[in-house]
Design a protein. Structure first.
Lengths: 505, 166
């Protein structure tokens, strides 16, 4: 097993004092952004990114991925204690987690959440360990047409499998492409879509967009709903944690099913949010006793948490091996890789062995560190939420705006982040999906390059996208997903309307 | 959303407005793209090719959204935002906009201090000595965090120039 050997080598890279300290720092910062409303994993990682430009890539990615794990955990803490999902992906955890906390079973709910989350993440990382070099080897056969086809498939799956109107998904993706086209064209060097505004020559940074869309947009939404923290007091006793731990194996079916759903949704760009809802829905449907869901059932916490974290960690696989991130946060991290001068994709596994396996090893350690730290710090982070929002809210905003400035040291970005904030607010309220826009902003240039290189290879003949079995299969899958909303509409019309709503998961 | 809050803007109106906005964005992208050649030459697609079609797809999808809005939201009385909700959003957004303008002119540190202190005094109802102390402490912490620890300079204004901090 060459992967095991590589992994052991990776542990050698990751297991230094410096890296373990970075991991702990990352996890703590992550829990903090996960707990604070309006600061989630994508923009937490985004805010930290400019500060890592001077670090070496391995340390930087360990810090950022640890923050990602921390944020996923922090999101569940607030879901359970305050009924406020710190992350979109932990919305499903509120359904049963908060009722459990209100019944005085907060420790149990938190322990179930963190342990099943840790389990899910571990399954995701094992999957990455086993599959990554195989996927990378497979992807080495790819050239430009295949890469374009894979990008096409990724975006088509947003359109086909996304919950919202396909038109809105298309708009979101295409606006993302338009934003990346702004500024210097990588192939011809011409300045596109700048409309004579000098500040646009640099282009529009996806980091600024993420801070606006996710950070400020989310905060505006939170403010509108009128924020009230009436949380449940949390004291985590080690004894209770241990007792809960012993009951966890009872739920092995839920754990395994949810982990499988999570891995699938993480590798395909479904993302953690969709994974957690789907997993909750399926847990409910397959449960022997259906009553009690929504009122504090253990499975109702375990299922979404496992899937959420399995998706979160396995989203790293396509990012590393193919250069296609499976979630918004992975997209941001991939943008970071490119800024550090690493090209995500199969070549990474050959040229940057230390980096790849160091990262994978750090994912094992990082998740263990995260479970321990999050259990230990629940009371502390719960206390932070008791600071009045008149102080916390503006401080979060200042961090967002300052963070946007640090991306490029450009005051023009202060306006951009404000505009993106308003766009994020309106888009969220009208169910325009935002993750596809971020993905398009990260992948836009690469997708366009792949398309143009393919066109150059074939002398302008578009049939190159059907020229061999591999590329034709990927394209066909993409087209199928693209017309999926249309197909399902036709099927619904043809079938009598008896089981509408059965597919809402 | 509770029923006793009055609707300010309907969901339908906002769907239409957003659809029109993205439609205009699509047209702007197309106009920007045709400053360059949008066709093919021997080197493959020219610089304007990709944005041109991206713009066209945005226009087409916007029309789709407008159509769906008429089908799905025309008769529904769903609110996009209520008066009360809008007031809460504005109470947050207007100081933010002022903070952005202020920081643009005065630098981020002065902007942060004034913004935090202002929000705490006028919206949080804190006494001004407490508010000034908290705002000053947080601003000072950010200064040390960004300028000293991470060595990432933030935007400075006339005050820093006066004090000679660069």
């Amino acid at each position: 097993m060459e992967n095991i050997a590589s992994l052991m080598h990776g542990f050698g890279v990751a297991l230094t004092m410096h890296h373990v300290l970075l991991m702990m720092l990352g996890v703590l910062l992550g829990i903090l952004v996960g707990v604070l409303p309006g600061l989630g994993a994508p923009n937490g990682v985004t805010l930290l990114m400019p500060l890592t430009f001077s670090m070496d890539p391995i340390s930087a990615i360990i810090l950022l991925t640890s923050m990602y794990w921390g944020a996923l955990f922090g999101g569940s803490t607030t879901s359970i204690l305050f009924n406020i999902p710190g992350e979109p992906s932990s919305v499903a955890t509120t359904f049963d987690g908060h009722p459990m906390a209100k019944q005085g079973r907060a420790t149990e709910a938190l322990t179930y959440a963190f342990l099943s989350a840790g389990f899910g993440a571990l399954v995701g990382v094992v999957l990455i360990t086993v599959l990554s070099s195989w996927v990378a080897k497979f992807a080495l056969r790819f050239s430009s047409p295949e890469f374009f086809a894979v990008y096409f498939l990724a975006f088509a799956s947003f359109i086909g499998l996304g919950g919202s109107s396909p038109f809105k998904t298309v708009i979101s993706i295409m606006l993302g492409f338009a934003f990346t086209a702004v500024g210097m064209d990588t192939v011809s060097g011409s300045l596109r879509l700048t409309y004579g505004i000098d500040e646009l020559i640099r282009g529009i940074s996806f980091l600024v967009a993420v801070i606006g869309l996710f950070g400020i947009g989310e905060l505006l939404l939170t403010m509108e709903e009128g924020l009230r923290f009436d949380g449940v007091k949390a004291r985590v006793s080690p004894r209770k944690v241990f007792e809960t731990l012993l009951t966890l194996p009872r739920y092995w079916v839920t754990l395994l099913r949810s982990a499988a759903i999570g891995c699938w949704m993480g590798i395909t760009p479904g993302g953690p949010t969709a994974a957690s809802f789907m997993s909750y829905g399926l847990a409910k449907r397959f449960a022997r006793r259906r009553e009690g869901f929504g009122k504090g059932r253990e499975e109702g916490v375990i299922a979404p948490e496992t899937a959420d974290h399995a998706a979160g960690s396995s989203a790293i696989l396509p990012m590393l091996a193919l250069g296609i991130p499976g979630s918004a946060t992975a997209a941001v991290m991939m943008g970071g890789l490119m800024i550090w001068g690493l090209t995500p994709g199969p070549m990474l596994f050959i040229e940057q062995k230390d980096f790849v396996w160091g990262l994978i090893a750090s994912m094992y350690l990082g998740n263990v560190v995260a479970v321990v730290l999050v259990l230990a710090t629940v009371p502390f982070f719960a206390a932070i939420l008791r600071v009045p929002f008149a102080i916390i809210g503006p401080v979060i905003l200042v961090i967002c705006v300052s963070g946007a400035y640090t991306v490029a040291g450009a005051s023009f970005d202060l306006w951009l982040v404000l505009i993106f904030g308003v766009v994020g607010y309106v888009f969220k309220k009208l169910d325009y999906p935002i993750a596809p826009m971020v993905l398009a902003m990260v992948l836009g240039d690469k997708a366009e390059d792949a398309f143009r290189q393919s066109a150059i290879m074939s002398g302008g003949d578009l049939s190159i996208f059907w020229s061999n079995g591999l590329v034709a299969t990927i394209m066909a899958l993409g087209v199928l997903l693209l017309v999926w909303p249309l197909l399902s509409l036709v099927v619904q019309r043809l079938r009598p309307s008896r089981d509408v709503g059965a597919t809402t998961a | 959303m509770s029923t006793n809050e009055r609707s300010l803007v309907s969901r339908f109106a906002m769907e239409i407005a957003t659809g029109c906005a993205t439609l205009v964005a699509g047209i702007v992208v197309v106009l920007g793209a045709i400053e360059y050649e949008t066709g093919w030459d021997e080197g493959g697609p020219q610089p304007g090719y990709f944005p041109f079609y991206v713009g066209l797809i945005i226009i087409a999808a916007s029309l789709g959204v407008l159509g769906q809005a008429f089908l799905n939201h025309r008769r529904s009385r769903e609110a996009f935002v209520t008066r009360e909700g809008f007031a809460r959003v504005m109470a947050f957004f207007l100081p933010l906009a002022a903070f952005t303008v202020g920081s643009y002119v005065l630098g981020l540190y002065v902007g942060t201090f004034v913004y935090l202190a202002g929000v705490m005094i006028f919206q949080g109802g804190y006494r001004w000595p407490f508010a000034l102390a908290v705002a000053g402490g947080i601003t000072g912490f950010f200064f040390v965090l960004f300028e000293r620890w991470f060595q990432v300079p933030l935007l400075k204004g006339p005050l820093e120039a006066l004090l000679g901090i660069y």
